[in-house]
Design a protein around this ligand. Structure first.
Ligand code: PLP
Length: 458
C-alpha cells in the first residue's frame, strides 16, 4: 500500500485505537515486555519504505528501520514478492534433515558477498542465536572458553549471547546464570566527549590491556578463546572504534590462536555504507554474525566462518549437535536472496554512505548550537546524537533523550534512544531514505530542540 512519504498526524498521539490496544496488551502480555505510558506506544498497521501507518491512520517517518531491519525499506515490493511466491510453494522445510534448495543458494550468496574467505554458514533465526553459534564455534575450534568483549557491547540476550553483552542492566538480573568466562574491556571510542588521550594512545592502551588479559587467562582453567566486537557499536550508541583497533585485535587473535568474531548483526547489509562494516579497515574476522537487515524483515540470521574454523565442528553423525527447528527457513532464505539482489541492483550500500554523510553533516550544522548536544557521529546510516547535561557532564542526559523521543513521535518521527544510559539518539533509518525525508527530519528535530532549549531557560 502506497503511503505519503512525509508524516501526517491526525489524532492526539497515541491515538484512541492505540490507547485501547495498549490497555488490552497490558492484560495479556508479561508487563516487562512492551513499554506503556501515556505517550507510548503507537500500534503499527502498515508500512511503505520509510513510512509507517498506525491503527489510527497517522503516518510516521521511521528513523529506526525498526531496529535496523528494514534496510531496503519496509514492505519493499521486490522482497515481499519473493516472500509471497515462496509462501505459495513451501512455508517450512526440515532445516538440518531435508532442507530446501534455497538454503544452498543463500549460503552460496553469503560466501560471495562477505569479505575474505568467509565461506561456511550456520543459519538461525535471531541475532542472538547467530552470536551463540559463533561462541560455540569458537569453543569448538579452540577448546578455550574465555570471551573478551567491550564496554557498551550489545550482542543479544539469549543466555549464550548475554555472556558477551556488556550492559549491566541486562546481565545483573541473571548474574548467577552467567559463568565467569567473560572479560569486558574498555571500548576505544573514536569520539568521546572530554577525551583525555589521543586516539593512538587510547588504541595502544586498550590493545595492551587485551593482550595482558589473554596472557593472564592463559595460565588459568579459563583461557580466552574469542574476542567479540561490533565493528561499529549499534545499541551502544553508534560508537566507532579508533582507527587501527580492529587490526590490532586481528593481530592479537593470530598471535595467541584465538578467534576474532565480528558481530555485524546491526552493521551488516549496508548499514554503515559498506556491505559489511569490517570492510572499512579491511580486517577479516574468523567468524561473522549477521541478522536484522539480512532479509529485510523475516527472522533469519547466520554465523559465517572460515572453512578451517567451521570444519572443527566435524560432520553431522545423524544428529546435529547444533541446530534449530526453523534453521534455513525457506521464506527467510527467499527474502534474504531477494534482499541481496535488491541491494546490488540499487547499490544500496552506496546510498547509505552518501545519504548518511549528508544526514550527518546536516545534523552537525543544524543542531550543534544547542548546549545539550554532545557528540554527533556515525558512519553511513548509523548515526548517534549524544545528549549531555551541560552543567554536569558525568550525569547521562537520559531524560532529555526520552523527552525528544516522545516529542518526535507526536510530530511524526519514530526515533529510539540508545546507549547504556539511553542518552544517545540513534538514527538508523531505512537505507533508502530520501534527501527530502532527511531534510524534514532535521527540521523537526531542530524545532523540538528549540522547544527544549527554551524550556530550560524559562
Ligand atoms: C550487534 C547486535 N548483535 C546481536 C543482537 C541481537 O539480535 P536479536 O535481537 O535479533 O537477537 C543485536 C540486536 O540489537 C545487535 O545489535
Amino acid at each position: 500500500m502506497k503511503l505519503p512519504s512525509l508524516p501526517v498526524i491526525k489524532t492526539l498521539i497515541p491515538g484512541p485505537h492505540s490507547k485501547k490496544m495498549a490497555s488490552d496488551l497490558r492484560r495479556y502480555e508479561c508487563p516487562q515486555i512492551t513499554y506503556i505510558d501515556k505517550d507510548f506506544p503507537v500500534f503499527w498497521e502498515s508500512a511503505d519504505l520509510c513510512s509507517i501507518q498506525d491503527v489510527d491512520g497517522n503516518i510516521y517517518l521511521d528513523l529506526t528501520a525498526a531496529f535496523g531491519v528494514a534496510n531496503c525499506g519496509h514492505n519493499n515490493p521486490v522482497i515481499n514478492r519473493a516472500a509471497k511466491k515462496q509462501m505459495d510453494k513451501l512455508t517450512h522445510g526440515m532445516g538440518d534433515v531435508h532442507p530446501t534448495p534455497l538454503k544452498i543458494d543463500l549460503a552460496r550468496e553469503l560466501a560471495r558477498i562477505t569479505p575474505g574467505n568467509l565461506s561456511l554458514s550456520i543459519f538461525s533465526s535471531s541475532g542472538s542465536e547467530a552470536v551463540d553459534t559463533a561462541l560455540k564455534t569458537a569453543f569448538m575450534a579452540t577448546g578455550k572458553p574465555g570471551i573478551i568483549s567491550f564496554e557498551g557491547a550489545y550482542h543479544g540476550l539469549t543466555l549464550g549471547a548475554l555472556n558477551a553483552t556488556a550492559w549491566e542492566m541486562f546481565r545483573k538480573p541473571f548474574a548467577p546464570l552467567l559463568p565467569s568466562i567473560h572479560h569486558i574491556l574498555p571500548f576505544p571510542d573514536c569520539s568521546p566527549v572530554g577525551r583525555q588521550l589521543t586516539e593512538d594512545q587510547q588504541c595502544e592502551r586498550i590493545l595492551a590491556n587485551t593482550r595482558q588479559t589473554v596472557k593472564k587467562q592463559a595460565k588459568t582453567s579459563q583461557p580466552i578463546g574469542s574476542i567479540m566486537i561490533e565493528p561499529v557499536q549499534g545499541r551502544g550508541g553508534s560508537r566507532i572504534p579508533v582507527k587501527g583497533f580492529l587490526k590490532g585485535l586481528r593481530d592479537i587473535a593470530d598471535e595467541y590462536e584465538l578467534l576474532l568474531i565480528f558481530d555485524e548483526v546491526y552493521t551488516g547489509f549496508g548499514r554503515t555504507g559498506n556491505w559489511f562494516a569490517c570492510e572499512e579497515e579491511k580486517v577479516i574476522p574468523d567468524l561473522l554474525c549477521i541478522g536484522k537487515g539480512m532479509s529485510n524483515g523475516f527472522p533469519i540470521s547466520a554465523c559465517i566462518g572460515k572453512r578451517k574454523v567451521m570444519d572443527q565442528w566435524g560432520p553431522s553423525q545423524g544428529e546435529a549437535i547444533h541446530t534449530s527447528t526453523f534453521l534455513g527457513h525457506p521464506v527467510g532464505c527467499a527474502m534474504g536472496l531477494a534482499t541481496i539482489k535488491e541491494m546490488e541492483k540499487k547499490n544500496i550500500p552506496t546510498q547509505s554512505r552518501e545519504n548518511g554523510s549528508y544526514f550527518l553533516n546536516l545534523l552537525n550544522s543544524t543542531l550543534r548550537k544547542y548546549d545539550f548536544v554532545g557528540n554527533i557521529r556515525g558512519r553511513g546510516m548509523m548515526i548517534g546524537l549524544e545528549l549531555i547535561n551541560p552543567g554536569s557532564l558525568n550525569v547521562p542526559a537520559t531524560e532529555t533523550a526520552i523527552q525528544i523521543v516522545k516529542k518526535s513521535l507526536k510530530k511524526g518521527l519514530i526515533l529510539l534512544a540508545s546507549g547504556e544510559y539511553s542518552n544517545i539518539l540513534c538514527l538508523t533509518p531505512p537505507l533508502v531514505i530520501t534527501r527530502k525525508q532527511i531534510d524534514f527530519s532535521v527540521t523537526v528535530l531542530n524545532e523540538i530542540f528549540t522547544e527544549i532549549s527554551k524550556g530550560r531557560t524559562q
